[in-house]
Every structure is written in structure tokens, then in C-alpha cells.
Design a protein around this ligand. Structure first.
Ligand code: EPU
Length: 342
């Protein structure tokens, strides 16, 4: 058996969560390979403990110290595993940064994930919630992933169908929760670029950038990055975990009824109903830009809760529950957190 990496005791998780919350993990270790991960999982102390695998910590709200073992995934590696005339199969280690992977694909003249530029977090976390933004989702280019089964130490391959992707959903958040640790991801990316500029402000941002004619993947990446920078707080400056809530879906009948009362209510048709932007609902309840000392609601995107400095996880969770209650009261819609609350 490969030697196990060092197991540390009482480690502050502040550098490892983008909310910047100062909680402590009872045990903490990093792994850079499947072998190191297996060796860690074989340690009796680790076996007996509750496990939390951490990527970039960009989708987590810690409300208390973690009384288990935090395993930080630092498996690296970016390569073109296979290519033909039309596509390339890119393989990335789960511990790589997602945006680093996006930049790598742009450097290789590949397209397909440029709309997902600047999403915080790691490659390994991306499939768990099928990350999405600006008209694209991970599942659009996903080919397969490898994951280690915690109970057996066996590596298993999951196809896109086996991952059960939905809106910010996968089997790894549902029936297989906490059973597998993603170790690598493969994407199939087209060489021929089909620009996807339908969403929101991409087109106008490209115009503002002076891009005429068909934009390259790099142009789109720059446009998306500029929109994100203008709306979403940079976790390096203000603690946050991106969208705190999912955009809820309502039935067509419910949407029609609300539309009669709230004429400006936006909605996007989805199979089985209408998706409504939670940011709009929250803003209408008066929350946008509200600050409660150490924490609050972002002033340019009401879907994002922020730690201005020194907030406790419970404060942010309580604010989230108040927001949920007020949206329920005003619109009769139930919001659900997108962020994992621990
Ligand atoms: N809106 C408001 N007020 C707000 C925010 C939004 O009225 O404060 C309304 C506007 O009508 C706007 C619409 O909501 O036109 C959509 O806003 P935006 O384009 O900012 O997107 P979103 O639906 O609020 C989702 C994702 C984001 C992703 C953007 C862009 C979810 C939960 N969030 O937000 O993802 O970046 O679309 O595609 O689906 C994340 O998951 O962490 C995340 C940031």
C-alpha cells in the first residue's frame, strides 16, 4: 500500500471555503493521487470519521466546526486523452481549478466550455451539481468521470447517463451522496466552434468589447468573465458561494396566476412548467443590497449572500431562512438552497 499523506488535527478551514468562515476540522489531509486517497481511506482514524471531500470550497456554508475528516482533493493533470478531426477528449484531474481547465481548452483551440468561464471551484466538483451559466451546462460536453467508491476503494467509471444530470443536480447529490469521490473528468469538446451567445448580455457585451463578426471561444470567455465580474462578488474580496438558491420551477397555472398579480415577473419555459429567477423574487421582497453588519445580500445580484467579514455561518443560514420565508409569503414559492449547508 502507498504511504498515506499526513493527517493533521484541528485545522482551520478558513482558507478552504469561499465564504471565508473560520471553522475547524477535527482531521484534515490532502491527496494528490488515487493511491494516496486509498491509503488515507484505509487509516482506521479516517474510516471511523465522517468524511467531507473538499474541492474549492465554493459551494459550502459551514455553520459549525466539522467533527470529522476533511479530505482535500488535489489530484492534478490536464491532457488531451484522444482526438480526431472533429473533437478532442480532454481529461482533467479532479483537483484542477475549473477555470484553469477552461483556459487550457482555449489554449488548445477547443471550444464548448467557454460560457462556463470563471466559475469558482474544482473540476471534480463540477459534475456533482452539473455547473451551468450563460446558456451552457457541464452535461453538454461531459463524456465520463472516474470516481472512487469510499466503501471499497474501487474505481468506477460513470457515463453522462449514469451521472443523472439535472438542473444543478446529479446522482452524487442524490442516491449516491457521499459514496463516491470523483478523481477525474473527461469532456468531449468540438474543434469547430459553435458560438452560444443567446443568453442575456453576452451579445451586447461582445459589441461593447468591439468584437464584430463571429466571436471566437476566447472572445466569449472574455465577455462572460466581464459579465460575471460586474455582477458577482469576487470571493477573494467578499466571502460568498455564488448563487445561494436554485431558481425555482412553478407550474404554468401558478405562473399565469402570479403574472396577473406581478406583471413584470420573468419566466423561462422548461419541461413541465416555468423557471422563475430567484434573484428577481428576492429583490422584490426588498432584500437586494441589505446588510446586517457582517453579512447580507449582494447589491448587484440578489441571489448571492455575502460575508462582509467576520460573519458566522449560522448568521448567513438564518438570513437565508428569512429570505425563504418572505418569498413564500409574497409569492407562495418555496426557494431551495443551492449551497450545501453543513
Ligand atoms: N434578477 C433580478 N434581480 C437580481 C438578480 C436577477 O431581477 O438581483 C433577474 C433578472 O430578471 C435577470 C434574471 O433574474 O434577467 C436572471 O439573472 P442572471 O442572468 O444574473 O442569472 P440567475 O438566474 O440569477 C443563474 C445561475 C448563475 C449563473 C447565471 C448566468 C442559478 C441558481 N444561478 O443565475 O449561477 O451565473 O444564471 O447564467 O441557476 C451559481 O450557480 O453559483 C451561479 C452564479
Amino acid at each position: 500500500m502507498h504511504p498515506a499523506p499526513a493527517l493533521e488535527h484541528h485545522v482551520s478551514l478558513r482558507p478552504y471555503n469561499t465564504f471565508g468562515l473560520d471553522v475547524t476540522a477535527r482531521l484534515f489531509a490532502r491527496f494528490t493521487s488515487v493511491e494516496e486517497l486509498r491509503a488515507l481511506l484505509a487509516l482506521p482514524e479516517v474510516q471511523a470519521a465522517e468524511k467531507l471531500v473538499l474541492g474549492g470550497g465554493s459551494n459550502l456554508l459551514f455553520t459549525r466546526d466539522f467533527d470529522g475528516v476533511v479530505l482535500k482533493n488535489e489530484i492534478r493533470g490536464l491532457e488531451i486523452a484522444h482526438q480526431d478531426e472533429d473533437t478532442a477528449l480532454v481529461r482533467a484531474g479532479a483537483g484542477e481549478s475549473w477555470h484553469g481547465l477552461v483556459q487550457y481548452t482555449l489554449d488548445q483551440d477547443l471550444s464548448g466550455i467557454e460560457n462556463l468561464s470563471l466559475i469558482p471551484g474544482t473540476v471534480g466538483a463540477a459534475p456533482l451539481q452539473n455547473i451551468g451559466a450563460y446558456g451552457a451546462e457541464l452535461k453538454d460536453t461531459f463524456e465520463q468521470l472516474e470516481a472512487l467508491e469510499t466503501a471499497t476503494g474501487q474505481l468506477r467509471t460513470f457515463s453522462a447517463a449514469e451521472c443523472g444530470f439535472g438542473y444543478r443536480e446529479s446522482v452524487f447529490k442524490g442516491p449516491l451522496k457521499n459514496q463516491f469521490i470523483v478523481t477525474s473528468v473527461r469532456l468531449r469538446l468540438p474543434r469547430r466552434h459553435q458560438p452560444n451567445v443567446r443568453y442575456g448580455d453576452i451579445q451586447t457585451t461582445l459589441q461593447d468589447m468591439g468584437i464584430e463578426g463571429e466571436p471566437t471561444p476566447r472572445h466569449i470567455s472574455e465577455a462572460v468573465s466581464s459579465i460575471r465580474r460586474s455582477k458577482l462578488p469576487d470571493p477573494a474580496q467578499i466571502g460568498n458561494a455564488g448563487s445561494f438558491f436554485k431558481n425555482p420551477e412553478v407550474s404554468q397555472a401558478k405562473f399565469d396566476e402570479l403574472k396577473r398579480r406581478f406583471e413584470a415577473l420573468p419566466g423561462y419555459p422548461v419541461p413541465g412548467g416555468v423557471k422563475v429567477p430567484a434573484g428577481w423574487l428576492i429583490e422584490q421582497c426588498g432584500w437586494k443590497g441589505q446588510r446586517r453588519g457582517s453579512h447580507g445580500v449582494h447589491d448587484r445580484q440578489a441571489l448571492v449572500l455575502v460575508n462582509h467579514g467576520g460573519a458566522q455561518g449560522q448568521d448567513i443560514r438564518d438570513l437565508a431562512y428569512e429570505i425563504i420565508a418572505s418569498v413564500r409569503e409574497k409569492f407562495g414559492i418555496e426557494l431551495h438552497p443551492e449551497v450545501n449547508i453543513l
